[in-house]
Design a protein around this ligand. Structure first.
Ligand code: URA
Length: 239
């Protein structure tokens, strides 16, 4: 047994192009069936496990949707922005729903894994300072990285304004003196950039490559989205 919910709400939540008023009209035109029976009213309560067919299309009910976006540079992580493209503009039609938002923010010039969802509870869990979900970044620096970065970051750095950071794991690339990886367990504003700037260096490219234990799919082209299953999102939160 699933959850009980009004038919019009259920259909409108799963089919972004159909409003509740339109669900009512479709019912009057006998275009909606529930468990094989045509229904004429849109205000009836149905079970989310029921077989609901709207104009010949079966609804696969999902309470929430989780989307991995490979965010390109120049796109903002917000729900609305004057003239800039937002991460929501990149969500393809079939994944759109009302209430979608980016869970956490990447700067406009940061690339990589942005998680988009309509699940406020998950977002809260992921972003809560107490949860410490690790976020892994690939970084290109202006000047070569130095051995001491590892221990300084592991101790918990103090960045501008006296803000204390949690211990972070730094790993310099052995092949490229400008490339490194950094794992943070919190998300302060511009944190990666501010940490390197406190060390006298600058970030020239920043890409988030993992959230928790979930890596950005290497096959996912910049600007493209991939739907993630709920069980995989649970894994993402796993320590
Ligand atoms: N740290 C930054 O400086 N920018 C980001 O977008 C993410 C982490």
């Amino acid at each position: 047994m699933g959850e009980k919910i009004r038919l019009d709400r259920l259909v409108a939540s799963q089919m972004p192009k159909i409003s509740r008023a339109e669900v009512k009209k479709l019912c009057l035109k006998s275009k909606i069936s529930v468990n094989g029976k045509t229904v004429r009213r849109s205000d009836i309560r149905v079970d989310t496990d029921d077989e609901i067919i709207v104009d010949g299309k079966r609804i696969e009910y999902k309470k929430h949707i989780y989307i991995m976006l490979n965010k390109p540079r120049g796109v903002v992580c917000s729900t609305k922005e004057g003239s800039s493209t937002t991460v929501l503009d990149l969500v393809p039609e079939e994944m759109r729903r009302s209430g979608l938002f980016p869970a956490g923010r990447l700067d406009k010039d940061t690339l990589g894994f942005a998680l988009i969802t309509d699940d406020g509870e998950l977002s809260h869990k992921m972003l809560s300072p107490k949860s410490h979900v690790p976020k892994t970044y690939l970084v290109r620096l202006e000047k070569p990285w130095e051995e001491e970065y590892e221990s300084v970051m592991l101790q918990g750095m103090t960045i501008d304004g006296g803000e204390k950071c949690l211990p972070a794991e730094f790993k310099g690339s052995k092949d490229d003196p400008y490339m490194c990886e950094l794992v943070l367990h919190e998300g302060k504003f511009h944190q990666v950039k501010r940490m390197f700037s406190a060390l006298g260096n600058n970030v020239v490219m920043l890409k988030r490559i993992a959230i928790g234990s979930m890596a950005l799919d290497p096959e996912l082209a910049p600007g493209r989205c991939l739907e993630i299953m709920h069980k995989d999102v649970e894994r993402l939160l796993a320590k």
